[in-house]
Each structure stands twice: as C-alpha cells, then as structure tokens.
Write a protein that binds this ligand. Sequence first.
Ligand SMILES: Cc1cc2nc3c(=O)[nH]c(=O)nc-3n(C[C@H](O)[C@H](O)[C@H](O)COP(=O)(O)OP(=O)(O)OC[C@H]3O[C@@H](n4cnc5c(N)ncnc54)[C@H](O)[C@@H]3O)c2cc1C
Length: 331
Amino acid sequence: MRHPKDWWRQCGERLSKAGIPSRLGVSLAPYTSFHLGGPARVFVKPTGMRDLLLVLHLAAEHEWPLLLLGGGSKLLIADSGLDAMVVHVTAALDFMTRAEDAIEVGAGASIRTIARWTSMHGLSGLEFFSGVPGSVGGAVYMNAGGREYEMAKVVRTVTIYDLATSRIETLARSEMDFGYRDSALRHAPLIALKTRLVLRPDDPEKTRAVMTELLERRRRAQPVQWPSAGSVFQNPPGFRASALLDQAGARRWSVGGAEVPSFHANFIVNRGKACADDVFQLMRRMHTVVRDRFAIRLRPEIIGLGFGSLWAETFELPFPGRLGTLVRDRD
Ligand SMILES: Cc1cc2nc3c(=O)[nH]c(=O)nc-3n(C[C@H](O)[C@H](O)[C@H](O)COP(=O)(O)OP(=O)(O)OC[C@H]3O[C@@H](n4cnc5c(N)ncnc54)[C@H](O)[C@@H]3O)c2cc1C
C-alpha cells in the first residue's frame, strides 16, 4: 500500500525541523546508470556523516520506507517510482584515509576512483574495479566482481549502521557472509558506512598496465557507450548466462527502447527512449526462453525496485517483503 502524499509531506517537514533539506517527487532516472525510473516520494542527499546518521535514525524511529542509493549502477527502478525516502549517500560518505597496509574508504566513494588512486600510489588489489561504476558501499553489498575477482578478496572490515538497533558496529570479513554477488548487507537492515581494504604494495607501472588491459578488454566485450546496469542475470551454477541467452537467440531482441546488444546477450541497453517497463518485459522474455529451452531459471543480477510482487513472481524468487523499513531487492 502506498502512503498518501500528506504522510510524505510530514516526513519532509520532520527532516526540515532536524535541519536536513529534502525534496518531494524527485525523478530517480538521473541517479541510475540506466537513466530510467520514476520519482522518489522524498529525496535526501546528506552532506556529511552526522546528517546521514540523523536521517537514518529518524527513518528507523518513524518507520519510513528507505532506499539507500549509491551510484545506481545495478538498479532498475519502476516507472511509477518508489514509495520510499531515497537517501543518496555518495556525498556524505566520500572519504579515504591510508593506514599502513590498508586503506579506509567511505561507502559513498567511487570504486573506480579509489582503484585509480591506489594504483597510482603503488597499492595493488583493486585493478579489476577500474571499469566498474558505482560506490564502494554498492560494491560491498553486491560483492561486485568478475570471473576471477570479487570485492570480498580485499575487504578486512565493514563498519555498518544497523537500522534494527540504531547501532554502529564493525564487522569482520568472516561476518560479512560474502558469496556470489551476495553479502550480509542483502539479508539484514544494515547500511555500510565505511570499509577497510587490505592491498599489497606493488609497482605503479605494473598496476597501471593491468588496469589499461582490463579496461580495453571491457570496452571490447561490453556495450559501454549505452546506458545499462551491467550483467542482467547471474551465472547459474555450471553455466554462463550469456552463453545460454546466446544459444536461445536473445542477441538483438528489443522491447520499446530496450535492447540486447549484438555482441553481449546478457546485457540490456537503453537506446535512448526506453522506459523501465521495456527493460522489465525484455528481461521476462529472456528469462522465459532460457527456462523453456534449458529448464534453467535465471536469477536477475539487476535489482528491480518498485515492481512489488510482480518482480518476484516473474523471476520465481522468494518474496519475503521489506527488511524492516529498508527497501531492498525484495521490494
Ligand atoms: C557498464 C557496467 C559495467 C559493470 N560491470 C560490473 C562488473 O564487472 N562486476 C560487477 O559485479 N558489477 C558490475 N556492474 C554493476 C555495478 O557497477 C556494481 O554492482 C556496483 O558495485 C553497484 O554499486 P552502486 O553504488 O552503483 O550500487 P547501487 O546500484 O546504488 O545499489 C545497489 C544495491 O546496493 C545497496 N547499497 C548501495 N550502497 C549501500 C551501502 N552503503 N550500504 C548498504 N547498501 C547499499 C542499494 O540499496 C541497492 O540495493 C556494472 C555496471 C555497469 C553499468
């Protein structure tokens, strides 16, 4: 059930009383790499840690549905928007400090900027992320990575805010339950504030060469010139989603302005005039063809928000509902 406009206006007024500026009905399209999505009921962009914690505290206290937005590079937000307060964290948590063999990075920092900086300063470990858009927090949440690499390899600790208890805690890597595109943040109302990453000293020339090579490989293999959200589906155990979709003939399929590019069957690009529903319908078609042809159920890697139970029903996912007040991919 959507909350009435007045309910959200009062939420904005409470924020304003606490000294936090917010806006009502802000389109989320400019905040996602797909350039798609309807409005957020309330949009907040705290400028520092103190303000962010105040917003999270108020959200927990008043049970405001809340989405934490990083770089928006893994999200498909419904055209009807989100019945939630969207908290854009990139500005509030954009910091980095160096400490001997580790760096401490705010969850709002850009992962590819950090990758470039550490490489330039003779630290190896983040080269893979030179071409990955989004924030450090999003990369931890998703355990972002590729065939031979993932975020979990460099994380030592993650400092989180727990919406259920309103407490800040530092979790060790072993408590983060990292898995394939998975972490503890996906299963509990936890918000990453910062993380400590362990890197190895190395020759900056060498790390730069590795990054250039990886970037070129990515440019050749992925349609980086069009808005997208990276891989559409996860690889099922023992298979590659792109190979299954390729064999099923999905390349060049399109719905409205959304298209599977000719050289990567597990991507969807926005050719300029797509709406979120075009992407959703195309994903549905891709999911169905692989299920019917190979009896394999592809699981979306893209996080669909604002589709209600339709998302879970279409992709045959469990639908346990929200994690407390937090709007997550179960929404
Ligand atoms: C061209 C392209 C290439 C890509 N290549 C790759 C790749 O090689 N490997 C890969 O894994 N991914 C890839 N991606 C996907 C994406 O870049 C990563 O998943 C990225 O880590 C997501 O971070 P984000 O900040 O954009 O997250 P968002 O899209 O903003 O959010 C994703 C989820 O994380 C949650 N979240 C964000 N920040 C926090 C936080 N601080 N605390 C708790 N939850 C949080 C959000 O609520 C949301 O549920 C690619 C995307 C594009 C567009």
